[in-house]
Write a protein that binds this ligand. Structure first.
Ligand code: SAH
Length: 273
């Protein structure tokens, strides 16, 4: 691992909940951190279990952005490795840039370590693929408009009009609006939707499967009001399909950079699948 300069603040993705889903690099940084600021409401405290005994560990849940950046700057003056531990990946709905700017202004070096996003962990929990050949090759990570307004052209209805995979963050309390947007974009009432609550959290994960028409009531029944990922996708349930277009990558008639076709093919040879 590249040695950081003294007093670097590392924004580390802690992963979606299961402490084992942090990266090896993220764990290594925690093991040598002098100070850790973690997002208490979302990141399992277990993620701090590898910190050295003399590490200063603070939960940021009651702090303002200004208090957080001031704390990080103070700690960076005191110790070589400061970790800001964030849920999932730091670059998704994580206030990363708001925290980086004051550090830049203070001349504190910053590095980011990616994490397993809850979008990926939710798909994994449900044994779903977010892309499938000839079904959809596109994933949209988005949210319903809440207190944060959506930029023009990014309403859920407009995004849903692509009929690609939608991973919808921060929206479990707005399920009625989510399904209304899907209907307005032409999704069938029977189109499958899966909601994963606390994906990967040991003993706490819940998976609710339904359709555009039923998912709101099912989530209410399951009392899901937070930390849930809504996935709407034409790929859902593909595990049980009997007809499936196979990926070209593993097709016996397809030649690519790492394998010659074992049967004659009409396809062109491509570098990448
Ligand atoms: N940076 C995070 C997202 C933070 S925004 C990431 O990459 O995952 C918080 C939202 O993420 C929640 O409202 C919920 O939609 C989703 N989320 C976070 N952890 C989750 C988990 N373990 N399971 C399901 N959804 C989760």
């Amino acid at each position: 691992m590249v040695q950081p300069k003294p007093g670097c603040v590392w924004f580390v993705g802690a992963g979606p909940g299961d402490p084992d889903l942090i990266t090896v690099k993220g764990r290594g940084l925690i093991e040598r951190a002098g100070a850790i600021l973690f997002a208490g409401s979302l990141v399992s405290e277990a993620a701090t279990r590898w910190a050295p005994a003399d590490c200063v560990i603070v939960d940021s849940k009651d702090m303002t952005l200004e208090e957080m950046s001031a704390w990080l700057i103070t700690q960076a003056a005191r110790c070589e490795t400061v970790v800001r531990l964030q849920t999932g990946d730091p670059g998704l709905y994580g206030a990363l840039i708001e925290l980086v700017q004051p550090l830049d202004a203070a001349g504190v070096p910053v590095q980011v370590v990616p994490g397993v996003s809850s979008a990926m962990a939710s798909a994994a929990a449900a044994v779903e693929s977010l892309t499938l050949p000839e079904v959809t090759q596109t994933v949209i990570l988005t949210r319903m408009e809440g207190r944060t307004p959506m930029p023009e052209g990014e309403s859920l209805q407009e995004l849903a009009a692509h009929h690609s995979t939608l991973c919808i963050f921060l929206s479990i309390t707005l399920m009625g609006q989510v399904t209304a947007a899907l209907r307005a974009a032409g999704w069938s009432p029977d189109a499958p939707v899966v909601v994963v609550h606390k994906a990967s959290w040991p003993g706490e994960e819940k998976i609710v499967r339904g359709t555009v028409d039923t998912i709101q009531a099912l989530c209410r029944e399951a009392k899901l009001v937070s930390q849930s990922m809504i996935i709407a996708s034409p790929t859902l349930g593909a595990r049980h399909w009997t007809t499936l277009a196979k990926s070209k990558l593993y097709d016996a008639s397809f030649t690519h950079r790492f394998r010659q076709a074992s049967v004659p093919a009409s396809q062109l040879t491509l570098d990448t699948p």
